[in-house]
Ligand binder design. Sequence first.
Ligand code: UDP
Length: 411
Amino acid sequence: MKKVQVLKKSYKDYLQFLEEDDREEMDQLLKKLQGKKIAMINATEFGGGVAEILHSFIPLMQDMGLDIDWWVMHGEKEFFNVTKAFHNCLQGDDACLEQQTIDTFFKYSQLNANKILNWEYDFVVIHDPQPLGLVAWRKAPDISRWIWRCHIDTSTPNLDYWNYLQHYIQQYDAVIFTMEDFVGEGLDAGRLYFITPPIDPLSYKNIPLEKEEAKKIIDRFGIDSNRPLITQISRFDPWKDPLGVIEVYKIVRKEFPSVQLALVGSMASDDPEGWDYLYMALRRAGEDYDIKIVTNFNGVSNLEVNAFQKASDIVLQKSIKEGFGLTVSEALWKGTPVIGGNTGGIRLQIEDGITGYLVDTVEECAEKVLTLLRNPALAEEMAAAGFEKVRKEFLITTNILKYLRLFNDLL
Ligand code: UDP
């Protein structure tokens, strides 16, 4: 297990995003929680939404005077193959649970648990299935409160996997889901909370960029900024449907030949499937040079993601299942219209026809892309409504307030 060092952030800079009432409540809760120690544990320092959030959440909480650490658990490829299978099966994949899978999960849980036996945290927050098993090594009796934060869509889980993992989930004092629909069948857990993930309005990924500046940044990847651009920013993962996005582009191009597509993806260290899906996307794109497929290995970092989100005419998040999809809020925050898969947490961010479009199929997605490309005024109106929704509901300040309420509740 490794403690992650984070860059400093100043809570003062974020006060502008809080309403007066929330600010007062935050101050009161912070007083009550002074001296409490908090640990957050996940499986990767970079790549994917959880790491993205923790890079902002942890330094902000520290600057508020809380004693909070971020730990990343250790795992090898065999472990991450198992936990990616957990991820896929919790989202409904139809695979059999083998004894070897259980053994590997146990082995790495035990290995990492050795590091926590002498821990003295008041709150331990475990993110997603990878570190879920650590709870089996909590002290008895235990003064700490253990919280499992599930970021994925567990509304229709594979029951073999769900029932197996329930054995661990039951040992938590509280479980946080993104939305009520995600409470899987027959869940027997401590208290349930519902918290949506946030974006950080002041991170490099989300700070304001002029459109011209953004265009210059993405020019470096061979994008012609005088032509329309649709973009999806995601890990290369079957649930994000990168191949479906390429099909959408192919339909749109027939009627809008000048359109370009960018698939921007980061390769997360806890996602061994990423390379397979990247190669599949490259093959599907074939010799169409108006499809640009770029990753962190080509120099895409936070500023470049920001620029793609700002400079695109439309951002897609055509997921088939999605815990939340931070990329939706990130794009709306930049005033870019978004079309998202009609699933999970995307539905919390997109009100169909108001803050964007929700789509169920490739054909429907292509039709909505064409609608927005042909109606820039409508696209702008939707993006503006989306921005307002993100400002009210999905900023990190609101998220921290919800966590403080939860900790206070569990004291
Ligand atoms: N992301 C990134 N670079 C990329 C692709 C994705 O930084 O090339 C970021 C993206 O901006 C977002 C996060 O990774 O902040 C993905 O979070 P999301 O909730 O959309 O999906 P997850 O990967 O957690 O399933």
